[in-house]
Design a protein around this ligand. Sequence first.
Ligand code: BMA
Length: 335
Amino acid sequence: MPKVFPELKSSPVIKRYEGNPILSMKDIPYEATCIYNAGITKWGGKYVMVFRNDVRTHGYGTMPLSRIDLGLATSDDGIHWTVSDKPFIPQSAIETDEILRIYDPRLTVIDGVLHMCFAVDTKHGVHGGVGIIHDLERLEIMSISAPDNRNMVLFPEKINGLYTRLERPFPVYSRGGVDRFDIWYAQSPDLKFWGNNKLVMGVEHVPYANDKIGPAAPPVKTEKGWLTTFHTVDIDHTRGKNGWEDTWKKRYCAGIMLLDLEDPSKVIGMSKLPLIAPETDYEVDEGLRQNVIFPGGMILEEDGEVKIYYGASDTVECLATANVNDLIALCTEEK
Ligand code: BMA
């Protein structure tokens, strides 16, 4: 039996926005059920959000999923959002004989161009996609990885002349046939051909995870290194029903780490405790699948405030803030 972690608490440096959630089904002017796991960045003088909209036939709390559309919202303050009047990328625009759906968008601006990474479910596995969004209207898909891989996030600038991403492959044989999934690194000259693959962090390096980890929001640059969140999963087989499944034994938390500016495959340090652990009603008691914190956006403001956006309970989109120096200190202080 893996070691379990009964009590996990959010770091005291984190402040949840009191108006959470910042986006949920009631804000959407078209068919919507679960609004979560959004990618968020600043582009064209505005905050831009691409969110996941799981349309469930009987409302949330029940399983049947009819489709996943991606929606678009913009904001002047990163808190209050205007949702476009129709889905941005409906599932019907993506489906082929092979591709079923895309989800969990992640936004990164590189040289003024808005990029989006996303997970792709197909008939032959889960893949990571990388694309460019033109004029907030059209997605140009640049590459889709081999299976099984997802949770890709792009760095906001080229490193040593190459596009750089974090990703999360799903090795099976070498990890004993169970979830033991880790964070990896890859580079590309053109967003199509990816190589220089390196392991960044194994699940066994995170003191409060016993199942799997993966990249979360795209990294932000600080003087001390690339600051980036990741998601962690701990499993406890004594947990019972929670959400729509007969049993749900996992908990998703957010972690934070600092990567080397020159070689971001090197971890400078990470917080030994969770950054955000599920604690509030909308994270623990409500929603489709409870005990899930899944960050997808992180914005460093000029005054040092960091906005951390996360999906809660696979149902709503939320915001927490922290000071950048406190986040760096969490990664570099020995605990
Ligand atoms: C992961 C992904 C996420 C989801 C999380 C919790 O495996 O599917 O989209 O938020 O599980 O259900």
